[in-house]
Design a protein around this ligand. Structure first.
Ligand SMILES: Cc1cc2nc3c(=O)[nH]c(=O)nc-3n(C[C@H](O)[C@H](O)[C@H](O)COP(=O)(O)OP(=O)(O)OC[C@H]3O[C@@H](n4cnc5c(N)ncnc54)[C@H](O)[C@@H]3O)c2cc1C
Length: 332
């Protein structure tokens, strides 16, 4: 295994960023070697996929570790094992070609398979946690191989116990369930089907994947052209009574009712309502078609992005008494 020095940290926000060391992992021997190297030198480490959900610093004083596990194979008729370096959308395409249902709503989500359980990626009514049977990982801190069951990952909305852990994901074992039903309940899918006169009876996994892809392309920027990390803030969950309604009435917000008077609030709408109050920044702004997407012009650094985000968080808090949390991983 080769350890490289001062390599750029790839990231879809196109922030200027270098790491002291970096390494590509291809097998278990690499992992044992790396764990010894890290523990011996007391090194900081960052496990990196395709960098579409991180906000990296200008210089990372540690080692960046990337996976080179690229295999897709059937462990049994109902388990598909996929290497962490496989691109997520390539896996979605593989599932469609091989008649494996469940992945279609997650079409076009950028990034790698290895990162998918970290924040429990989700879109259009489906989360990856519903597809995972178990995860094969290596604990860098304790230098040991582990297999985590779905329950042990403790998946929640945009989070799991794998986040900020010392676990390097080698591969994920996905459940193949031929009886799985297509999920077209999400409002924007329903609207698309109504406008285009598509009925539930004629829906297949491929047409659903197409619908999701068309909707995504119409609202989200391609991160290779417009530099971004997807939704920059999570939809906040809080008690309904805590929302300040002095400036905007509750019905001007997007609200999903949960149990016990708790609600999930659409962060995009909150930002839309205060958009004209945000202080402009030279290299950072919001995507014009989607207020949740922070974009850069390719010349920004981490502190400019975080200052821009803090300004939005402060205004939203002042006006709505709602705390917005950042979704991508801030690397320090
Ligand atoms: C335009 C755009 C649209 C997006 N849309 C969505 C969406 O609809 N839904 C959604 O949920 N997300 C979305 N995202 C966010 C992003 O696609 C996901 O978070 C994706 O899983 C990140 O993959 P990555 O390989 O780029 O991870 P990275 O950004 O490289 O890393 C993200 C996290 O995963 C960890 N990680 C990566 N690989 C491994 C591994 N092998 N083992 C252990 N930890 C690892 C990293 O340490 C880091 O904490 C979007 C992003 C963009 C740019």
């Amino acid at each position: 295994m080769i350890i490289k020095k001062n390599e750029p940290i790839i990231n879809s926000l196109k922030l200027k960023s270098l790491s002291k060391e970096s390494a590509l992992i291809s097998n278990k021997a690499d992992l044992y070697f790396l764990s010894e190297h890290i523990n011996k030198h007391n090194l900081e480490y960052l496990i990196l996929g395709e960098g579409t959900n991180i906000v990296p610093p200008e210089f990372y004083d540690g080692i960046v570790i990337r996976s080179d596990y690229k295999n897709i194979s059937y462990k049994s008729p109902d388990i598909l094992t996929v290497g962490s370096a496989v691109n997520w959308d390539d896996l979605v395409k593989f599932s469609l070609e091989n008649d494996i249902k469940g992945f279609e709503n997650l079409s076009l989500i950028p990034g790698s398979v290895g990162a998918s359980p970290i924040q429990n990626i989700g879109a259009y009514g489906v989360e990856v946690s519903s597809l995972i049977s178990s995860i094969d990982c290596f604990d860098i801190k304790n230098s040991e191989l582990l297999k985590l069951s779905n329950e042990e990952c403790n998946f929640k909305y945009r989070s799991s116990d794998l986040k900020n852990s010392s676990l390097f994901i080698m591969s994920i074992n996905f459940k193949i369930d031929s009886n799985r039903k297509l999920n077209s309940r999400y409002q924007s899918i329903q609207n698309y089907m109504n406008i285009n006169e598509i009925d539930d009876a004629s829906l297949t996994a491929k047409t659903l994947a197409n619908i999701v892809s068309n909707i995504r392309r119409s609202v989200l920027p391609n991160h290779h052209e417009i530099f971004n990390a997807g939704s920059f803030f999570k939809n906040p969950i809080l008690h309904k009574d805590h929302i300040d309604q002095k400036t905007f009435a509750l019905d001007s917000l997007i609200i999903w009712e949960l149990e016990n008077n708790m609600v999930k609030v659409g962060a995009a709408r909150l930002i839309e309502l205060i958009r004209d109050k945000i202080s402009p920044s030279e290299n950072v702004s919001l995507f014009d078609k989607h207020s949740l997407v922070v974009i850069t012009n390719g010349k920004a650094n981490q502190s400019e992005v975080l200052a821009y985000a803090k300004n939005i968080q402060d205004i939203v808090f002042d006006i709505f008494n709602i705390k917005l949390d950042i979704e991508p991983n801030i690397i320090t």
